[in-house]
Design a protein around this ligand. Structure first.
Ligand code: ATP
Ligand code: MG
Length: 311
């Protein structure tokens, strides 16, 4: 049960990097992993390499990625554009295959997890079918997998309630705001009660106010579903607010360079933590890991505002 960030020693890292762990979490068996009697980890990636193409045109997208996401844990991936975040998510989702290494999802090969519908996926664009109503969009995966009419109806009603869209079942996607469409996409991803959600910048296209509201919604949804989440974002405050741990990646080839643990359980997080010193400290830790320097002055002065407020 390890998250290895293989960057070698970093002697200039501040001694108070207490919440920044690059290595083994074996001292925390209660949080899942591969222990014989526990729940298997939601995701175990070991020595993952992904190269695209051959010869001089080869792109080395991911290098030596080791990552564990425990059952029920919320982990964000953050890193510069092109560092392989989407590639890693696609590998977990079995939409792509590793060049080297292994990925298991709840102890199974990624392919088997896909066949077993162990995870739901939500991307930056909600990807709804415009000619179908909200209810029919959410219902689609249930219909494809043979749920009965009454099961579908009950589940859709429950899901729309969960994402706060109970009154919009009969609306069409173009009658909804961007945030509402994204909530429909999340409801659809949750339709089959996945134990894992894979989310690639799901709030990237939203304005800042909606985005914050969606983050709070997602925390509530996670509390109610206890699904594990692997969440890709470019926003440091978003990553910190949503996560148990933030995994920081280097520019291509993407490697894990740091893992920042955020204090307190994400499932109990409320909006007011955004202004608290612990939160700002974690934001600072992630920023430092991303930029490879410890510019305390910038972080303290900005207090998180330099990411564009709390986006
Ligand atoms: N199917 C593919 N064929 C060739 N190269 C690819 C393919 N998919 C991704 N890449 C390359 O792999 C690298 C990582 O891409 P990826 O989309 O994973 O980055 P990312 O971290 O998600 O970036 P962003 O933050 O901009 O979304 C990029 O250089 C990209 O061009
Ligand atoms: Mg991407």
């Amino acid at each position: 049960m390890t998250d290895l960030a293989k960057t070698g020693d970093q002697p200039d890292r501040p001694a108070d990097a207490d919440r920044t762990r690059r290595t083994d979490r074996a001292e925390e068996p209660a949080r899942g992993g591969d222990e014989p009697f526990g729940t298997p980890a939601a995701i175990e990636a070991r020595g993952v390499e992904r190269r695209f193409g051959r010869g001089r045109r080869q792109v080395h997208a991911l290098s030596d990625v080791d990552l564990t996401v425990a059952a029920g844990e919320f982990v964000s991936l953050i890193g510069p554009s092109g560092c392989g975040k989407s590639t890693l998510l696609r590998l977990v989702a079995d939409l792509d295959t590793v060049s080297e290494g292994t990925i298991t999802v709840f102890g199974k090969p990624a392919r088997q997890a896909r066949l077993d519908q162990d995870y739901g996926i939500a991307f930056q664009q909600a990807g709804l079918l415009p000619w179908r109503t909200v209810a029919a969009n959410v219902e689609l995966p249930l219909r494809l997998h043979g749920a009965s009419g009454s099961e579908r109806k009950a589940r859709v009603a429950e899901l729309l309630e969960l994402v706060g869209l109970g009154d919009f079942a009969k609306s069409r996607p173009d009658q909804l705001s961007g945030g509402m469409q994204q909530r429909v996409a999340i409801a659809r991803a949750l339709a089959e009660r996945p134990r894992l959600l894979l989310m690639d910048e799901p709030f990237g296209a939203l304005d800042e106010i909606t985005r914050e509201r969606m983050q709070t919604e997602l925390v509530r949804i996670c509390r109610e579903t206890s699904a594990a989440v692997l969440f890709v974002t470019h926003s440091i405050p978003e990553a910190v607010f949503l996560s148990d741990r933030v995994v920081v990646m280097s520019p291509r080839p993407g490697r894990i360079v740091d893992v920042v643990e955020v204090p307190g359980s994400v499932r109990e997080r409320t909006d007011d933590v955004r202004d608290q010193p612990d939160f700002l400290h974690s934001v600072h830790r992630v920023r430092t890991a991303l930029h490879g320097r410890d510019d305390d002055a910038t972080a303290v002065r900005a207090g998180g505002a330099e990411e564009g407020g709390r986006s």
